[in-house]
Write a protein that binds this ligand. Structure first.
Ligand code: NOJ
Length: 549
């Protein structure tokens, strides 16, 4: 099973540019994509059966969120066995089939790797608990005695990203560190066994034909020596501003250098993608230096408002930060951790990425379509989250009793509304589960989703699905789209962005009023109403073919 999958693909290792430099990568959230066995939960066989849809959509690669054996305390980001598939998703054979068939279709597969923490049901953690304080097996994690007279206080003041202390006390009195849920103990990356184990896990999936890894919490693996107090409360609010003793420590880069050497041994231009929430794009660029990872998510772009000045600033800043390290910039608007952009942009700016209000749906969709076309016009690689090609909004009114996001259940949780973007996507039909499967869906789908299904939108030129299909086709055909490392901004009225590359022009009106632009050329695609006499409708992006000069 080792080399056959990679061999089916052209090998670009050692040549530039690699396929990933301008790739459009589609994120599949396995539990919510397609359910083949009627248990209400998506699975690998469901994904396999829908690969032709992704091919037709026109993406280059698929990133699969975790499908490993897991108690699902954090929807699979709590891994109990990195080399096994959770029965709810299928078998290793199914994973092999997904990779093999994707390759046959010319699609690459990126798997999710979760190295910062595992599940409390991982064999190593269970052993560590059994062996007791002082045992060498505890050294693979961060176990510490507590503070206070009887060790009743956590070893330091770190807070979990999901709310509450980042430490949990076990029956024998020691505490262990978990930056996320208590069911997700952090590995101690100083330990050689941890380092060896992950090198072996990388090889396992590379041998199976995976084209790369999206590395979860890539900024978190190394903690500051001595695990010093942070000396502040409400630490989540500080995350975007500062290097923390548990995030973005310099030591993480050594790990990725060693991983890069492994990937480079394999044929087929395999890639590492960092999920690294860092304070600045410049800090993010450190993860994609030539001997480290290939790409990093651009969360500064994801968190930007739909506003021309802010967008231009983050676009310029991102391109400038990546240029010195020679990495492509990436762009992303939605993923499984944030409110979908159709709902973010339906709400007033500045409310963050965890929204509970539906806002103005029509406005949100109009802006989301415009934002997507702008993103797909930019040089570099773009990430599309399943369902955004259907214009799906977040489901903001899920009843509390169906919610599963672990942070929803933690006291003072500030990140607890991620279920809203994880509702299974609609494929066909007029009633839930809309072709997702035959046995319901693990989160309820709204009645209004019949008109948003793949079936309902296919062939309708005004639909969001057809907008994405056309945009991705044009992006493949047009040599200037997605290419290069810079954009050439043209003069534009306030609230409007006009960027040019060769004979391609993109105009984005982020305001609520139509504007007239002196553009002469052929309209290739518009996210909104027809463009007449150079009048660009409100909240609309238009792609143009212009003549040289
Ligand atoms: C980032 C993942 O995207 C998120 O879903 C998860 O909860 C945390 N990392 C912890 O693994």
């Amino acid at each position: 099973m080792t080399q056959h999958l990679a061999d089916a693909l052209p090998t670009t290792t050692g040549t530039t540019p690699g396929w990933w430099r301008d790739a459009v990568i589609y994120q599949v959230y396995p539990r919510s994509f397609a359910d083949s066995n009627g248990d209400g939960m998506g699975d690998l066989e469901g994904i396999r059966s829908r690969l032709p849809y992704l091919k037709e959509l026109g993406v280059d690669a698929v990133w699969l969120s975790p499908f490993y054996a897991s108690p699902q305390a954090d929807a699979g980001y709590d891994v109990a066995d990195y080399r096994a598939i959770d029965p709810m998703f299928g078998t290793l054979h199914d994973a092999d089939a997904v990779i093999r068939e994707a390759h046959d279709l010319g699609l690459r597969i990126i798997v999710d790797l979760v190295p910062n923490h595992c599940s409390d049901q991982h064999e190593w953690f269970k052993q560590a608990l059994r062996e007791g304080p002082g045992s060498r097996l505890r050294e693979r994690f961060h176990f510490r005695p507590g503070k206070g007279e009887n060790g009743e206080l956590p070893p330091n003041d770190w807070e979990s990203i999901f709310g509450g202390p980042a430490w949990t006390r076990v029956a024998d009195g020691e505490w262990y560190l978990h930056l996320f849920a208590p069911e997700q103990p952090d590995f101690n990356w100083e330990h050689p066994a941890v380092q060896d184990e992950f090198r072996s896990i990388l090889r396992f999936w590379l041998d199976l034909g995976a084209d790369g890894f999206r590395v979860d919490v890539a900024h978190g693996l190394v903690k500051a020596p001595g695990l010093p107090d942070l000396g502040a409360r409400d630490q989540l609010k500080l995350l975007g501003n500062d290097v923390m003793p548990f995030f973005d420590q310099d030591g993480v880069h050594e790990i990725y250098r060693s991983w890069r050497l492994i990937l480079d041994e394999y044929e087929g231009d395999r890639v590492l993608v960092a999920e690294a929430w860092t304070p600045t794009v410049e800090r993010t660029a450190r993860y994609v230096r030539p001997d480290e990872m290939h790409q990093a998510f651009n969360f500064q772009y994801l968190t930007s408002d739909w506003e021309a000045t802010a967008l231009r600033e983050v676009i310029d800043g991102s391109l400038a930060a990546m240029r010195p390290v020679g990495a492509p910039t990436t762009w992303v608007l939605s993923n499984h951790d944030v409110t979908r952009h159709a709902t973010r942009f339906a709400n007033p700016a500045g409310l963050g990425t965890q929204l509970r209000e539906p806002g103005d749906r029509d406005l949100g969709l109009r802006r989301a379509r415009a934002a997507s076309l702008l993103m797909l016009a930019l040089p570099g690689s773009a990430y599309v989250y399943q369902g955004e090609e259907l214009g799906l909004p977040d489901v903001t009114d899920l009843p509390d009793e169906v919610r599963q996001d672990p942070s929803f259940f933690r006291a003072a949780g500030q990140d607890g509304f991620r279920d809203g973007c994880r509702v299974p996507i609609p494929w066909s039909g007029t009633e839930a589960p809309y072709g997702f499967g035959t046995g319901g869906s693990w989160l309820p789908q709204p009645d209004s989703w019949a008109e948003l299904s793949v079936e309902a939108q296919t062939g309708d030129p005004s639909s969001t699905l057809e907008l994405y299909r056309t945009a991705l086709r044009l992006r493949r055909e047009h040599p200037d789209l997605g290419a290069g490392e810079s954009v050439d901004w043209q003069e534009a009225p306030e609230g409007v962005l006009v960027l040019r590359r060769g004979n391609f022009l993109c105009t984005a009106n982020t305001t609520g009023t139509a504007v007239r632009l002196p553009v002469t050329g052929e309209v290739l695609l518009s996210s909104g109403d027809t463009v007449e006499d150079g009048v660009l409708p409100a909240d609309t992006t238009v792609w143009w073919q212009v003549t040289a000069g």
